[in-house]
Write a protein that binds this ligand. Structure first.
Ligand SMILES: [Zn+2]
Length: 314
């Protein structure tokens, strides 16, 4: 086992990456990792992993050791930057090879990052393949691509492949909260929102902190919804889970439950972003079932059971 920071501190949290966290923690760190996703997501993740792999203190990346403090200019972090056209040149890969032929400055690990491996010339890709074919126990490669289909298959076969998708992204939220624009408009000018949002946060507290039984939670939800109605309450509950994800991602400007920010910060603390996304989906599914006239209480009780599973299972 090696001492690394809790998974909750990773910038992107999905089930796949949680497994990678456990793998690294166990000391079996893959020597070549290929992250597939949007450049802005893979970049933030690979940068975090560079820090983690080069940190020399417990709780990596600790942010305090000599290695962490010089991270922006670390001699053992080899970061390849794509050119203006978004692609990496052959000469840049040759520079990596040349650098890898020398030892680490600290006697520790050497880590190199190469973005856009799906957007390289064949010559550059083959050079990269060469470095992957000559494994060195203290060298780690963090590659990234947007499109796995376009990566040289021989490169893919040398790597552990990890899909990367940050749940804080607008795209998946739009999929599950399609008429969010309407809600956003209502939220800003309707008095009912202030009262109902408070009820939602209080109900969430009984779910997340007091961990009431599903049957009691379902009763409490019907009561809390009151005149506003269960349908509207569930809608706001989905928005609430999205807000927790925004808070976790540091995107305060998108938070609708702004008056409850300190509650949201506390409640979101121990829940990975991907779980919050799943929780919102569970709520939206329950809301859809209500429209099909499924018995309200039974439906809500099932939703609470699912929420408990989604939010607490590992
Ligand atoms: Zn450190």
């Amino acid at each position: 086992m090696i001492s690394i920071a809790a998974f909750e501190s990773w910038p992107i949290q999905t089930d796949v990456l949680e497994r990678l966290h456990r793998t690294i923690e166990s000391g079996r760190i893959p020597h070549a990792m290929l992250f597939v996703g949007k450049p802005e997501d893979t970049e933030v993740l690979t940068e975090y992993l560079v820090r983690l792999l080069l940190c020399t203190a417990p709780g990596a990346p600790c942010g305090r050791c000599a290695s962490c403090l010089q991270m922006d200019n670390h001699p053992d972090a080899i970061r390849v930057m794509p050119g203006d056209n978004g692609s990496v040149k052959t000469s840049q890969i040759e520079e990596v090879q040349e650098r890898l032929s020398r030892k680490s400055h600290t006697g520790g690990r050497l880590v190199y990052t190469v973005p856009g491996v799906d957007n390289m010339t064949v010559v550059a890709a083959n050079r990269l393949l060469k470095t992957l074919e000559e494994p060195n126990p203290s060298v780690f490669a963090l590659l990234s691509a947007s499109n796995l289909q376009k990566v040289l298959p021989t490169i893919v076969s040398r790597c552990f492949v990890y899909p990367v998708q940050s749940a804080g992204n607008v795209q998946p939220w739009e999929d599950i909260l399609p008429d969010i624009q309407t809600t956003d408009a209502q939220v800003s000018d309707d008095g009912w929102f202030a009262a109902t949002s408070k009820a939602v946060v209080q109900w969430a507290e009984t779910l997340l902190v007091r961990k009431e039984e599903p049957l009691l939670l379902a009763d409490a939800l019907v009561q809390a919804a009151g005149d506003v109605g269960v349908d509207a309450f569930l809608w706001l509950l989905a928005v609430y889970f999205r807000d927790l994800a925004h808070v976790k991602a540091g995107e305060r400007e998108f938070v609708k439950f702004a008056q409850h920010l300190s509650d949201l910060e506390r409640q979101s603390q121990v829940i990975p972003i991907q779980r919050l996304f799943s929780a919102a989906q569970v709520v939206i599914e329950a809301r859809t079932r209500m429209k099909a006239h499924v018995a309200v209480h039974l439906n809500l009780e099932q939703m609470c059971i699912r929420l408990r599973e989604v939010l607490t299972s590992v």
